[in-house]
Design a protein around this ligand. Structure first.
Ligand code: FMN
Length: 336
């Protein structure tokens, strides 16, 4: 990383941890973060992460093997903690010697962190509060991602800038913290690195790269959109707590509201239990994202996107996006 010496110096800890040239992760994006995008990110010196999502162990096995045929560089796997086959998925990662496993979607269930560490892999966790972050780091997690509500996909209620101020001063000396949410340019990366971040994680900025298999219509919707088009979903029923999702406004956003009403009504009628109701809501998202990202139904599917979508204006190869981010970061650090 000779041409970005200031960036390299600030990214050193994160890059060493990831085994990469740059401490830039492309966060797992369901359906989009498959072998092609993941390998392209890692080949460009960043850290690609396979989104396991609702994949079966067999599918994950094939995806990891496929990614390995496209890159010899390190990449990770993102597992959703509520997946019913979580421990089988961990075994698949063990079989392939995956170096880093990210556990997303909730507090890691008992034994999962230990099972990952048992085969020598590093564990990356997400935490919405500082107290939980400290607890997870104490119980064996190797690194943390803090993700603000500017991000695309499922989000919490707090912005990246506030989370960074809360988490980084408290954790930066002893722990590795990667900052995610709303990062579209390298100047922002420079800011978080200076605050003590080990590195950053981006999703939206990479989702429409040339190497991404996202449908051309999905990409076009991103190129057309402004920051204000990436809105959060609305919760309809207080009994059905819905984790907010940030996506581009379309008919799909309205359909989601209708789906919640339908599920709430079935709850009223006693047709389904609460757990099943929540599962139906979650499944709805996975299906809706596939509909938009893979099938190209950008009217009715879910166009998950972060507020940085306004900075995504055309299709570019991952290596070019990476070079822009690094040059912007280095420029900002040089001007300081
Ligand atoms: C289309 C899309 C799908 C996503 N799917 C997932 C997912 O399956 N699991 C996950 O942990 N994060 C998911 N995310 C979040 C990303 O991993 C990443 O943290 C986020 O995009 C970073 O914020 P940014 O979008 O502002 O760059 C998704 C984001 C997008 C845009």
């Amino acid at each position: 990383m000779t041409s970005y010496p200031k960036t390299a110096a600030l990214m050193r800890r994160g890059a060493e941890f990831l085994g990469t040239e740059y401490a830039i992760l492309c966060g797992a994006m369901s359906w989009v973060s498959e072998r092609n995008l993941v390998a392209a990110i890692s080949n460009a010196g960043g850290f690609g992460v396979i989104a396991c999502g609702a994949m079966t162990p067999e599918l994950l096995d094939a995806e990891i093997a496929g990614t390995k045929t496209l890159t010899a560089k390190p990449f990770g796997v993102n597992l959703i903690t509520m997946h019913p086959d979580l421990f089988e998925l961990i075994e698949v990662c063990a079989k392939h010697g995956v170096g880093h496993v990210a556990l997303a979607g909730g507090i890691p269930p008992k034994g999962s962190v230990e099972a990952i560490k048992a085969f020598g892999s590093k564990v990356i966790v997400f935490a919405p509060t500082l107290a939980l972050a400290k607890k997870l780091l104490r119980s064996g997690a190797d690194a943390l991602v803090v993700e603000g509500m500017e991000a695309g996909g499922h989000i919490g209620p707090v912005s990246t800038s506030v989370l960074a101020q809360e988490f980084l001063p408290a954790l930066r000396d002893e722990h590795l913290v990667f900052v995610a949410g709303g990062i579209g340019r390298g100047e922002a990366i420079a800011g978080y690195l200076e605050m003590g971040a080990a590195g950053v994680q981006l999703g939206t900025r990479f989702a429409c790269a040339t190497e991404s298999i996202a449908h051309p219509e999905f990409k076009k919707a991103f190129f057309r959109a402004n920051a204000r088009d990436a809105v959060t979903s609305v919760q309809v029923d207080p009994r059905l707590p819905v984790i907010p999702v940030r996506a581009l406004r379309n008919k799909g956003t309205e359909l989601f509201t209708a789906k919640q009403r339908e599920v709430a009504q079935r709850l009223d009628e006693g047709g389904i239990e609460m757990a099943e109701a929540q599962l139906q809501i979650e499944r709805y998202w996975a299906g809706a994202l596939r509909r938009a990202a893979i099938d190209g139904d950008v009217e009715h599917g879910s166009l998950m996107a972060g507020q940085s979508v306004g900075m995504v204006t055309r299709e570019e190869p991952v290596a070019e996006i990476m070079a822009s981010l690094l040059a912007e970061c280095e420029g900002a650090l040089t001007r300081r």
